[in-house]
Design a protein around this ligand. Structure first.
Ligand SMILES: NC(=O)c1ccc[n+]([C@@H]2O[C@H](COP(=O)([O-])OP(=O)(O)OC[C@H]3O[C@@H](n4cnc5c(N)ncnc54)[C@H](O)[C@@H]3O)[C@@H](O)[C@H]2O)c1
Length: 309
């Protein structure tokens, strides 16, 4: 009797809280959510030497953040550093860091803590792609994809999350991909790394909830193909449904997602519908849909650019 009373009470509390959460999200689809102030926040961006990383750095510079830029490409990173200063940032720190090397990450992270302070917004953005059929992928490129696109996230979290917990203040941003939600032809190692990054970020997010950690936010970003050069040569079969994205548009969406503490950010939103279809369609229909959407041929004219990394 007592236990059925307890479970009825739990059910009522669950339904009540769910209703409040639903209404809250409904309200914020109608009225825009307030943006948080990131002036003075220490924002670390990996892979800041080009593409999305550079554009994010420029946006946080305009918002008054302190910037910590990491990249394996010293020249590109210094160029970002210069651009960010021009955009108004007064405190910018560029570090050459090979995110495929755990010890390198730990060493540079210690340097950042001493020279800059506690990172409060960590954006794991560095990425590489092999872009071949799985059996044609050299082992070292498969390992590199996993090291940069996924394992680096483990080591950066280990480096910076403890201070975020102690300060009850921090934001963990994972740049995954739509290739972290659905498998794509000729991207087996890349997809594996992006699924892993997604699963890791989501699991730590769950830990922050279960452990009732205060002030730690998570944003997991899954964009479709972006015109940054990483997927040079790739094209989309259905541009009216899934166009190749402009880098500036994606960077704006990501910054907006961070400022409004969004947990899941699929760009464009249509990606969420693709994910829904994948979960409900019979396999044969899902394969036909993937073919119609061009997922089988998207990598056909891919031109690799990450050979130097
Ligand atoms: N371009 C796309 O279509 C697309 C789509 C979805 C997700 N993404 C993801 O967005 C992120 C940014 O990609 P992008 O499009 O700006 O590509 P990009 O190639 O312009 O940028 C990647 C950056 O990561 C750096 N990098 C590579 N290896 C590194 C290493 N070992 N250590 C440190 N830095 C390293 C590169 O030097 C480069 O500056 C990546 O994680 C990518 O997987 C890209």
């Amino acid at each position: 009797m007592a236990s059925s009373l307890k479970s009825s009470k739990e059910l009522v509390v669950f339904l009540g809280k769910s209703m409040i959460a639903f209404l809250e999200s409904l309200i914020f689809t109608i009225i825009p959510k307030p943006r948080k102030n990131v002036a003075g926040e220490i924002v670390l961006i990996t892979g800041a030497g080009s593409g999305l990383g550079r554009l994010l750095a420029l946006r946080f510079a305009r918002l008054g953040s302190v910037l910590v830029l990491w990249d394996i490409n010293k020249e590109g990173n210094e160029e970002t550093c210069r651009m960010v200063r021009e955009a108004g940032a007064t405190r910018v720190y560029a570090y050459t860091c090979d995110c495929s090397q755990r010890e390198n990450i730990y060493r540079v992270a210690e340097q950042v803590k001493k020279e800059v302070g506690d990172v409060s917004i960590l954006i794991n953005n560095a990425g590489v792609v092999t872009g071949k059929n799985f059996l044609d992928c050299p082992d070292e490129l498969i390992e590199k994809a996993l090291d940069v696109n996924f394992k680096a996230h483990l080591w950066t979290y280990k480096s910076f999350l403890p201070a975020m917990i102690a300060n009850e203040h921090g934001h963990l941003v994972c740049i995954s991909s739509s290739a972290g939600l659905v498998g794509i032809n000729k991207l087996a190692d890349y997809c594996a790394s992006k699924f892993a990054a997604f699963g890791f970020a989501e699991s730590v997010f769950m830990e922050t909830i279960v452990q009732k950690l205060k002030g730690i936010k998570t944003t997991i970003v899954c964009p479709f193909f972006i015109k940054t050069g990483m997927f040079e040569g790739c094209s989309t079969a259905r541009p009216f449904l899934l166009p190749l994205l402009e880098p500036e548009y994606v960077a704006d969406k990501i910054v907006d997602g961070i400022l409004t503490d969004k947990v899941y950010l699929n760009v464009p939103k249509f990606i969420s519908f693709v994910l829904f279809l994948k979960s409900i369609l019979p396999v044969k229909m899902a394969v036909l849909t993937a073919d119609y959407m061009g997922a089988f041929n998207v990598m056909d004219s891919f031109v690799g650019k990450n050979k130097k990394n």
